[in-house]
Design a protein around this ligand. Sequence first.
Ligand SMILES: [Zn+2]
Length: 559
Amino acid sequence: MTIKRLTLALAATLSLTATGAGLAQPAAAPAPAPKVTAQTPPPKLIVMVAVDQFSADIFAEYRGSFTGGLARLASGVVFPSGYQAHGATETCPGHSTILTGSHPARTGIIANNYFDLSTARDDKRLYCAEDESVAGTSSGSGKYAASVKHLLVPTLGDLMKARDPKAQVVSVAGKDRAAIMMGGHRADELMWLVPTGLTSYRGAALSPVAAQAGAAIAAALGQPRPPLTLPTDCAAKDIAIPIDKGGTVGTGRLGRDAGNFRGFMASPEADGAVLATAAALRQVRKMGEGSTTDLLIVGLSATDYVGHTYGTEGSEMCLQMAGLDRELGDFFARLDKAGIDYAVALTADHGGHDLPERNRQNGWPAAERVDPALDADKLGQAVAEKLGLPQPLLYSDGPFGDMYLSKALTPAQRKAASAELLARWRAHPQVEAVVTAEELAAHPVSKRSPDVWTLMDKLRASYNPQRSGDFVVVLKPRVTPIPESGLGYVATHGSVWDYDRRVPMLFWRKGLAGFEQPNAVMTVDILPTLASLIGLPVDATAIDGRCLDLLSGPESSCR
Ligand SMILES: [Zn+2]
């Protein structure tokens, strides 16, 4: 599924023709426009794009080869050192910062999964974007009711709608948590990709065009996709890397069998489907054509699937970057065709890190995988057995991050368990640090630039007293927290280290003079920046970010 194919599938509904909807247009930037100044009226449409796992490193690596949508954005206002400043660099927290102006400490989205030991659920686990009060659901089973209820703050779309109910807010993404955390509490339409095409928030019916897009996506998914042709630029990356459980990564071509949803998601097809759906919804809703500014939110998840499945430096990521660039170019060409004045912001929810097996071959011999002995379940079991304590003793979502001690312990047992766990973690050569909830509660949120944040500063920005664990375990840099690589899951993110924190932040609008600012900024700066662009007041004391002036020269876009 490319944006062109899906657009063709929707053409009858949208009264398009193959020659009349930008289908055959190249992704070149539009003709020069009057220069944007402080007096220029607000854009009629804001397009917020989040590319999952699009690290600053990947952006830098591919920047010179972009010719489509990413080339256009890279000609705008470029902050190559954006930061998802917090410590737990996962998808849900990352998306929660982008349109709220707030660190996860304030958004409440501290991790993809966290624990509430007071729930009736056996495993005590909560998914960040679910409503656990819906009967018959559990996050572990995958049968959960998607919900925004855990997001504690308003999004840009919520604020826009509070100012003017006519403002339209539409959020489309590959993943539910991306669509939900950026879309917020009041989106008009909110949807994400599933094996049957598209699904909507809490079972709400899809609009007719979204339903048709979903059917077209399902039909495309039902067809096999032949392997993609490797561009010449990618040839040097085409090297097979053996992985632990057999097989190799690094030389893939992103082909798939009919109906293979995982293969669909780990390819530019998924991003094309999301972009085509977003473009169709914009058109049918006439977003950007009304009296007030509308907001179109796009979550592109394929880069993350490719990163986890194949790592970040092989032929697969090279193909994904080429596809993402092309699909974004086609998407912008469709918006250009509509003649609306739109502004685009693009960033990522977190960065990423290549698999240790390839890092070791590429000049980083010390890259390694986590010791299976750090498995939190096993560690909790060993400590409980040694001290004669009730089990389960420890709740966690992996070998690092937030760790929760059982509520069944007496104060004396709790003290003994803490001492034993801390001693074991701190003695392990792969552990950088373990900090306690008490230490984090006493640490202020940093007001400094995120490139000089201490470990405590990073962890504090992820700390929420109602939701965080009793301890946070931090692994040393370049320790991949997957003990054994298997086909489908070889590399990941989530650490406090800059390869996972640094993301590009790009802003583009027709007529906006481009400039580059390499100093560190944060994704929490995006909300005040976009709000200012549309004259929307934001309470500066209620957020963590600041407005970035997008006008080079003495004028400012911050008001
Ligand atoms: Zn992610």
